[in-house]
Write a protein that binds this ligand. Structure first.
Ligand code: HSE
Length: 328
């Protein structure tokens, strides 16, 4: 059976999720893809702490060591922030490794650049996990774009915000309690300010804009408002009127070619498609010319939904088999 080697960069919630899924699905993936995948390296900042039993021998703090591993061909990246993630992935791509990332901060800014570099090196970039967690919006939109134009995207793109707003309304929790729970469940970012300030949803929206329109609006033109200014009283008043707060991100390409985007809380009524989208769920509505409006709904954060779409990206890349050098 042919074997290829992979590395996981970053071993927090998502990195560990990838490791667990690859282990649990080892036989099935092997049978379906005809290739065995071996996690050969795990890059962390502190290799003295074994997060998952049995992984101590795989840990390294050196990207040089990751790339020096013979047969290294796939890099899963689940690091926070633009650097050193971008530099690591650039090196991986230049080393002819396929890369699969969950890093929206890096990808919103450097995604187009990374994809061009990957193309020039004959490797693939998987980035489904950057946007809307377990919701397959990237692969769906790529398919749709083969025939359709997408003119507008509207969605709930941050699971933590939606979870907090839901729990404040349905359980009467305070903002602080709901945020703490979201952190405990692995939904929130390492710095949850990125979630509640709207910055996380903004980055995801920019990734969708780049895919749908091939470009992004000028970031400084986009109004980004979080949920940190919404009080428990406002949530309850809205609820009594039959309304719900949703944190909505939207981008559209106008007829004159200008791209307009905004991110912020909105009150929606029972008739609105985002009204029933509760808890950690995300929703993305794509307005297209032939299909009409297509809405995808699913879990937007958490270890397994996010890690699962990264392993799906891996399976898709393996399916393409392009450029793979197989070690027997
Ligand atoms: N903190 C993010 C969220 C994780 O809550 O949506 C998934 O990108």
């Amino acid at each position: 059976m042919a074997t290829i080697k992979a590395a996981i960069l970053g071993f927090g919630t998502v990195g560990q999720g990838i490791y667990h899924i690859l282990n649990e699905k080892r036989e099935e993936l092997k049978n379906k893809l005809g290739i065995e995948l071996e996690v050969a390296k795990i890059l962390v900042t502190d290799a003295s702490r074994e997060r998952v039993p049995g992984t101590a021998h795989l840990m390294t703090t050196s990207m040089d060591e990751v790339l020096a591993e013979p047969g290294m061909q796939v890099v899963f990246e689940a690091i926070v922030n633009e650097e050193p993630a971008y530099s690591y992935l650039k090196r991986a791509v230049e080393h002819k490794c396929h890369v699969i990332t969950a890093n929206k901060v890096m990808f919103a800014k450097r995604g187009l650049e990374l994809q061009d570099l990957a193309k020039a090196n004959g490797v693939f970039v998987g980035y489904e996990a950057t946007t809307a967690g377990g919701v397959p919006v990237i692969k769906t939109m790529k398919n749709i774009l083969l025939v359709n134009d997408v003119s507008r995207i509207q969605g709930v793109l941050n699971g933590t915000c939606n979870y907090i707003l839901t729990k404040m309304r349905a359980q009467g929790w305070s903002f602080e309690t709901a945020l703490k729970e979201a952190q405990g469940l692995g939904y929130a970012e390492a710095d949850p300010y990125n979630d509640i300030s709207g910055q996380d949803a903004f980055k995801k929206l920019m990734i969708l804009s780049a895919l749908a329109f091939g470009e992004q609006p000028d970031w400084s033109d986009v109004e980004v408002i979080g949920i940190d200014s919404i009080s428990a009283e406002q949530v309850h008043e809205a609820c009594e009127k039959g309304l719900r707060y949703r944190h909505v991100a939207e981008v559209e390409k106008r007829a004159d070619g200008k791209i307009i985007a905004k991110v912020g809380p909105q009150l929606v009524d029972k008739e609105h498609p985002l009204y029933p989208v509760d808890d950690v769920f995300n929703a993305v509505a794509l307005e297209t010319n032939y299909i009409g409006t297509l809405t995808l709904v699913g879990p937007g954060a958490g270890m397994y939904p996010t890690a699962s779409v990264m392993v799906e990206d891996y399976a898709e890349i393996i399916g393409k088999r392009a450029g793979f050098v197989v070690t027997i």
